[in-house]
Design a protein around this ligand. Structure first.
Ligand SMILES: NC(=O)c1ccc[n+]([C@@H]2O[C@H](COP(=O)([O-])OP(=O)(O)OC[C@H]3O[C@@H](n4cnc5c(N)ncnc54)[C@H](O)[C@@H]3O)[C@@H](O)[C@H]2O)c1
Length: 347
C-alpha cells in the first residue's frame, strides 16, 4: 500500500509515545507510523499490542544515539514528520546518573537532528516534545513561551539543552533552501494508563495495591499540574497540523493538585476506608534539599489553535485508577528489573 505520509515517533514504546503511536495508527490508516525505541527499563512492548499487527505500523528497536542506524532510517524511509519523545525522564535518577541523561536527551537529539537535516528527503516538520520543567520553579508567576528558561535539575537541563539544539537548526536554516521546520511543545505533568510506576500517580497506586503507604517526599507544599494523556496527544497532533513552525507551544492544565491532596484522593479511591483513616496510608520520606514547588504555565498560544483539554480530572483519574486496578501485573516484571538495577547500583 502507498502511504500519504511517513511519521517517525522516537520513544514510541513509552508512556506518552505509545498513546501517540496508537492514535496515529488508528486515526490515519493512510499514514505509515515508525516507532524507534530501544525499550529502556520504563516501557513495555505490551503498550503497543493493539497496533503491532497493523499494516501501517513498524517498530524498529534501536538507540537514538546510534548515528549509523538513525542515518540509515532517514536515508531509506522518506520520513515526513518526526515526533521526538525518546528521553530519560525521571528527575531523581537524573541526579544519580546525569551522564546517561546527557547522552540520550542531548546527544540523541543532536544525532536525530543531524540525520534528519542531511536526509535527501528532509522532514516537513520536526516536533520536539519538551517539558514545563525547563522553566524551573514558578511561585507566583505564570510562565508563557517567552519566559526565561531556568532548569533546576539535570533532567530539565538536558531537555532545555536539546531545545536549544532544535532551535539552532531552525534559526540557522530558516532563510535558506535547506530550511528545517521545527516546533517545540512544553507540557505539564501528563498522566493516564500505562505510565511506568516511577512517576507519582502510578507510584502511589502501585504502593496502595501492595498494601503499602504512599511515600510523600519532603514536607514542602509541592503541587503539580496534571493533564490527561489523550489531551496531550491531541495537542501534539494539533500543532502538527496547525502549529506555526519555529514556535514553542506550552501544553498546560488548569488542574493543579498538591501532592499531599493527590495521595489522599488516591487512598480514598483505592481503599474503602473512613476519612479519619486516610492519613494512616501516608508516609513522609526525605526529599532533595531543593525542589521546584510548582510549574504554572499558560497555554493561550495553543488554545488559539483551537485546543482545549477535554478530559476532566475526575474522569481522567477515574480511568487511570481503573486501568491500574484491572492490570495489576502490567509492570511487575519491569518493577522487579528496576529493583535489581537499584540493588546492583548500591554495591
Ligand atoms: N510524562 C510527563 O509528564 C512528561 C511531561 C512533559 C514532557 N514529557 C516528555 O515526553 C517524552 C516522553 O515521556 P514519557 O513520560 O512517555 O517517558 P517514558 O520514559 O515513558 O518514555 C520514554 C521512551 O523513550 C525510550 N528511550 C529512552 N532512551 C532511548 C534511546 N536512547 N533510544 C531510543 N529510545 C529511547 C524509552 O524506551 C521509552 O519508551 C519525554 O521526552 C519527556 O521529556 C513527559
Amino acid at each position: 500500500m502507498d502511504f500519504n505520509r511517513t511519521v517517525l515517533v522516537t520513544g514510541g514504546s513509552g508512556f506518552i509515545g505509545s498513546h501517540l503511536v496508537c492514535s496515529l495508527v488508528n486515526r490515519h490508516p493512510d499514514w505509515r507510523i515508525i516507532n524507534l525505541d530501544n525499550l529502556d527499563y520504563c516501557c513495555s512492548l505490551r503498550s503497543l499490542e493493539s497496533v503491532e499487527d497493523r499494516s501501517n505500523y513498524t517498530f524498529i528497536r534501536g538507540d537514538v544515539c546510534n548515528s549509523r542506524l538513525v542515518k540509515h532510517i532517514f536515508s531509506t524511509e522518506n520520513i515526513d514528520v518526526v515526533f521526538h519523545l525518546a528521553a530519560k525522564s525521571h528527575v531523581e535518577l537524573s541526579f544519580e546518573a546525569p551522564s546517561s541523561f546527557q547522552r540520550v536527551n542531548v546527544d540523541g537529539t543532536r544525532v536525530l537532528l543531524g540525520a534528519a537535516h542531511q536526509a535527501r528527503h528532509r522532514p516537513q516538520v520536526f516536533v520536539y516534545v519538551s517539558t514545563d520543567e525547563v522553566y524551573g520553579a514558578g511561585l507566583d508567576q505564570v510562565f508563557d513561551e517567552n519566559s526565561p528558561v531556568r532548569p533546576s535539575n539535570p533532567y530539565a537541563a538536558t531537555k532545555a539543552a536539546a531545545e536549544y539544539l532544535v532551535r539552532s537548526y531552525w534559526d540557522q536554516y530558516k532563510v535558506s533552501s535547506v530550511w528545517f521546520p521545527v516546533i517545540i511543545t512544553r507540557s505539564n505533568n501528563i498522566y493516564g494508563p500505562r505510565q511506568f510506576t516511577e512517576k507519582v500517580i502510578p507510584r502511589f497506586l502501585t504502593l496502595l495495591q501492595m498494601n503499602k503507604k504512599c511515600t510523600i517526599q519532603g514536607t514542602l507544599p509541592k503541587s503539580r499540574h496534571f493533564l490527561f494523556v489523550s489531551d496531550a496527544v491531541d495537542a501534539f497532533l494539533l500543532v502538527l497540523e496547525k502549529g506555526i513552525v519555529g514556535e514553542i507551544y506550552n501544553v498546560g492544565s488548569s488542574c493543579e493538585i498538591p501532592i499531599m491532596q493527590l495521595a489522599r484522593e488516591l487512598v480514598r479511591m483505592v481503599k474503602d476506608i473512613p476519612d479519619s483513616e486516610v492519613n494512616d496510608w501516608l508516609e513522609f520520606v526525605p526529599d532533595r534539599p531543593r525542589v521546584d514547588l510548582r510549574y504554572p504555565i499558560t497555554c493561550e498560544k495553543l488554545q488559539q489553535l483551537g485546543w482545549r483539554a477535554q478530559v476532566s480530572w475526575t474522569e481522567g483519574i477515574r480511568q487511570t485508577v481503573k486501568w491500574y486496578q484491572d492490570n495489576p501485573d502490567f509492570w511487575s516484571e519491569r518493577n522487579q528489573q528496576r529493583i535489581q538495577l537499584e540493588d546492583a547500583s548500591d554495591l
